[in-house]
Design a protein around this ligand. Structure first.
Ligand SMILES: NC(=O)c1ccc[n+]([C@@H]2O[C@H](COP(=O)([O-])OP(=O)(O)OC[C@H]3O[C@@H](n4cnc5c(N)ncnc54)[C@H](OP(=O)(O)O)[C@@H]3O)[C@@H](O)[C@H]2O)c1
Length: 298
């Protein structure tokens, strides 16, 4: 087994680096070695390494900025993915790729299942959906793992942003009408590695799978939970959870339109792994504990 991982510096990539033992059969590739706006770099690297498994943890993830940089978002999330998928087809390698709840418009009244019809509301979601289409058309073996609201102690995410704000400001407003489940990059990395072990035993079939924590919450609920956790750990914040006020998505005035329902149903993946997804609070608590340990709020 030879595993090539694109993107070791992001939230998911960093967690993959922590759990996959580095040896001659594993290679992590960063932007310097493979810039996704230069697909020939991807081809050269893949041909040189001859992987049996490719993990693509690279993504253009700036949802609002994507509205202003459509061609860059499309290059990274769709065109480069097409190149990776065609390399995977040529080498008969399994491609594990991450996609998003933002491929849906959020109008459903229940958690989204894999076969629900996508209808992205913004450029980011459109570019990720096109990446999925390219993978399916390439004819390679693949697992597309759609996840949501990724959090970790590294990189940029909601938990880090809200805790920094709560440290400095005595009042906060947080959106209360988008519902989903924060999913830790640790969980995503762990499941990815388990899937690769399963593939090595020929236990996988290609497809789209939803990989999301169980339970559901609004961003407001997540903020309140996170602030309480930090205060209970003895860290001083300027804002306690009583000073967090709920607002609507319309009041928040973001550039990109986001789905109000970001819930993903992970039953298909749970059946494959014979395991239940942990509740979102477990990932949030773990992330906060790690942040406190790292002195993030000092
Ligand atoms: N974040 C979320 O809430 C979320 C939700 C659902 C799905 N996802 C999907 O999950 C996957 C991983 O997300 P994440 O949160 O780990 O992302 P992230 O923290 O934003 O990391 C993005 C990674 O992509 C790399 N990258 C970006 N542009 C590149 C380029 N032109 N060439 C080469 N590398 C480039 C970054 O490298 P540098 O460090 O050099 O910039 C970084 O390693 C993505 O496919 C994303 O779409 C994320």
């Amino acid at each position: 087994m030879k595993v090539l991982v694109f993107g070791g510096s992001g939230q998911v990539g960093s967690e993959l680096k922590r759990i996959i033992a580095l040896n001659d059969s594993v290679r992590f590739v960063d932007r310097l070695e493979a810039d996704f706006t230069k697909p020939e770099m991807i081809e050269r690297l893949t041909e040189d390494f001859q992987p049996t498994h490719i993990i693509n943890a690279v993504g253009y993830t700036a949802v609002d900025q994507a509205e202003l940089e459509e061609s860059l978002a499309l290059s990274v999330n769709a065109e480069a993915v097409k190149v990776i998928a065609s390399c995977a087809t040529r080498l008969d390698a399994m491609l594990i790729h991450y996609s998003t709840d933002y491929v849906f418009d959020g109008s459903s009244s229940r958690p989204y299942e894999e076969n629900d019809v996508p209808n992205p509301l913004g450029v980011y979601g459109k570019s990720k959906l096109l990446g999925e289409v390219h993978i399916k058309e390439a004819g390679c073996r693949y697992m597309i793992l759609r996840t949501s609201w990724v959090i970790s102690a590294t990189g940029k995410n909601f938990i880090k942003t809200i805790l920094k704000l709560a440290k400095d400001k005595d009042q906060l407003t947080v959106v209360n009408d988008q519902i989903g489940a924060p999913t830790s990059a640790k969980l995503i990395a762990r499941v990815t590695w388990e899937l690769i072990q399963k593939d090595a035993q020929n236990l996988l079939s290609s497809g789209v799978y939803h990989l999301c924590s169980s339970g559901e919450a609004s961003w407001f609920d997540v903020a309140v939970h996170a602030i309480n956790r930090v205060i209970n750990a003895g860290v001083l914040l300027a804002c306690d959870s009583n000073k967090v006020a709920p607002i609507t998505t319309l009041e928040y005035l973001a550039r990109a339109t986001r789905p109000l329902n970001s819930r993903l149903n992970s039953n298909k993946l749970e059946r494959l792994l014979a395991a239940h997804m942990p509740h979102w609070t477990a990932g949030v608590d773990g992330t906060i504990d790690e942040l406190i340990e790292k002195g993030f709020l000092k």
